[in-house]
Design a protein around this ligand. Structure first.
Ligand code: NOJ
Length: 560
């Protein structure tokens, strides 16, 4: 008889038992987590000083956004040396100490791997642009200008939305899907690929525990550069994602690096279909462990969103991955505005309870939860109003674009105050002192004024705080393998207020009832008598009606 956590399971279930499925990933945005040296920018020593806090959360894996040497056009997603640490963040000795400190506490470390593009200040690019005959020329994508203008490609962060940048030095254009300072690497060049695998081995040999592959679905391009049919921009991902040979590259990466270490791998993006996603992560394909899809985080709108849509998205993805493959579960990260401001209700009345309800969802859903720093406090959007509040290259360049093309700047600022990435990047709120205890210098981005009430110190003292609730939730997930391996089933599908589902594993059933609305709600779900409440976000559970944003998680045993 195979057993997982004492539960009788089938042979197939036993084979599927993996540490990265049981992981609870906590994402740290180093720039905003804790500044140790007073320059206003978070750093590795800052994270080290908070290791006991991180441990106290109970999370088992940390994902660090890029910490490599970088001119920071896109906050580290523009790497100029993949084997060194960003000056502002510290030194390699700091990194080694951080990794050791995490491992001593039983916490693993996943690093961001940014290899769709490098920085234009990386020596490879410097060489590549220096001459058409440079041995590094083919590390990037170039189009010689005597051929005329290259076929249009959209750039996500460019002022003119133009993905090709003219470089007079060699009279040629280079490709950049992101900013001009992020030229795309040419994955068709085997030297590029082997250089990337060397970099991965360098970090894996140091003992890290995994890689998050940034923008990886974009690496493979059709380098015959076809002219795409009119209107292709509306189907951007179909043209940009999952290009030729992507799977060959992943199989190669897997055989040369991933399979040789006990590391987890997660792709940012899951392609355009379930088939694409399966092709990335099914174990028998020997590519990656898991991917994260964007469908759910794209749902919220300033006026609210439909819970039915949200349930539909998660339920469809779950059923497509019921038997094979594995997914990451998340509702927030550094590319999104704050969890409670987008998916919950950040008004004083409902912030705490809705934030706890959302955390409950992320930690009880099937898939590996990825949870973003600060959400455990219920941190909110800061209410930025002016363009000078923003730091993100995406916002600054789009603002200029609209200025140049006569766009509605106020409408854009309005949109950004709800959705801009910088909303999720304000400094971590440690205490009520100036700068929220994040830094003694001037923080690189504004601190949310509500840090005087929403902060770690205050929440440590309050047993009913978001922070202490999150810790309890983590314990519940860790103590109940049914929340990792249990089958998911949606209940009361058409209920517009309540998201209800069960998770079933062995003889255990967990019942999750979540009221996503600010009004009391009823559900057709009848939890059997004798059920044990594992956790709830109100002090006492009473009656069948769910109070605003109420979350309840019960456990029952299958009748014998
Ligand atoms: C995805 C990252 O999450 C985002 O922050 C970055 O700007 C782009 N990839 C480009 O690297």
């Amino acid at each position: 008889m195979n057993r997982i956590y004492g539960q009788a399971v089938s042979q197939r279930e036993a084979e599927q038992h993996k540490w990265w499925k049981e992981a609870i990933v906590y994402q740290i945005y180093p720039r905003s987590f804790k500044d140790n040296d007073g320059d206003g920018i978070g750093d590795l020593k800052g994270i080290i000083s908070k290791l006991d806090y991180i441990k106290s959360l109970g999370v088992t894996v940390i994902w660090l956004n890029p910490i490599y040497r970088s001119p920071n056009d896109d906050n580290g997603y523009d790497v100029s040396d993949y084997r060194d640490i960003m000056k502002e963040f510290g030194t390699m000795a700091d990194f080694d100490a951080l990794l050791k400190g995490l491992h001593e506490r039983g916490i693993k470390l996943v690093m961001d791997l940014v290899v769709n593009h490098s920085s234009d200040e990386h020596p490879w690019f410097q060489q590549s642009r220096s001459s058409r005959n440079s041995p590094y020329r083919n590390y990037y994508h170039w189009w010689d200008a005597e051929r005329g203008k290259p076929p249009y490609r959209y750039s996500l962060f460019d002022v003119n939305h133009d993905g090709w940048r003219y470089d007079s030095l060699t009279n040629a254009y280079y490709l950049h899907y992101f900013s001009r300072k992020q030229p795309d690497l040419n994955w068709e060049n085997p030297q590029v690929r082997s250089a990337v695998y060397d970099i991965m081995r360098f970090w894996a040999d140091k003992g890290i525990d995994g890689f998050r592959l940034d923008a990886f679905q974009f690496v493979a391009k059709d380098t015959t550069w076809p002219v795409w049919p009119a209107g292709w921009e509306k189907h951007f991902m179909q043209y940009y994602a999952m290009g030729p040979h992507l799977h060959d590259y992943l199989k190669e990466m897997n055989s040369q690096v991933l399979s040789r270490y006990d590391v987890m791998s997660v792709a940012e993006g899951a392609g355009n279909s379930f088939a694409d996603a399966h092709a990335l992560v099914d174990a028998d394909r020997k590519e990656l462990n898991m991917a994260y899809a964007f469908d759910a985080v794209d749902i919220p709108r300033p006026g609210g969103y439909s819970l039915l849509t949200l349930k539909g998205v998660f339920t469809r993805w779950d059923s497509a991955f019921r038997d094979k493959g594995w997914l990451a579960i998340f509702l927030a990260n550094h590319d999104q505005a704050r969890l409670v401001s987008r998916f919950g209700n950040d008004s004083p009345e409902f912030r705490v309870v809705s934030s706890k309800m959302l955390s409950t969802f992320v930690l009880t859903m099937r898939g590996t939860p990825f949870y973003y720093n600060g959400d455990e406090l219920g941190m909110t959007n800061p209410g930025f109003r002016q363009i000078s509040d923003y730091r993100d290259v995406a916002v600054l360049n789009e603002y200029k674009h609209r200025q140049q093309t006569g766009g509605d700047l106020n409408a854009y600022l309005e949109e950004m105050s709800f959705g801009a990435r910088d909303n999720g990047r304000t400094p971590m709120q440690w205490d009520a002192t100036p700068n929220a205890g994040f830094s003694t210098g001037t923080p690189w981005i504004g601190v949310n004024p509500n840090h005087t009430t929403i902060n770690v110190a205050a929440q440590e003292r309050d047993s009913s705080s978001c922070l202490n609730y999150f810790r309890r939730l983590v314990r519940v997930r860790k103590n109940n393998p049914v929340l990792v391996y249990g089958a998911y089933k949606l209940l009361d599908r058409d209920n517009r207020q309540v998201y209800a589902f069960t998770r079933t594993f062995g003889d255990r059933i967990v019942w999750v009832l979540l009221n996503f609305s600010a009004l009391p709600a009823t559900t057709a779900v009848r939890v059997p008598g004798g059920a044990v409440l594992l956790i709830g976000n109100y002090a006492r559970v009473s009656g069948a009606t769910l109070r605003p944003y109420e979350a309840r998680v019960y456990e029952t045993q299958m009748p014998r």
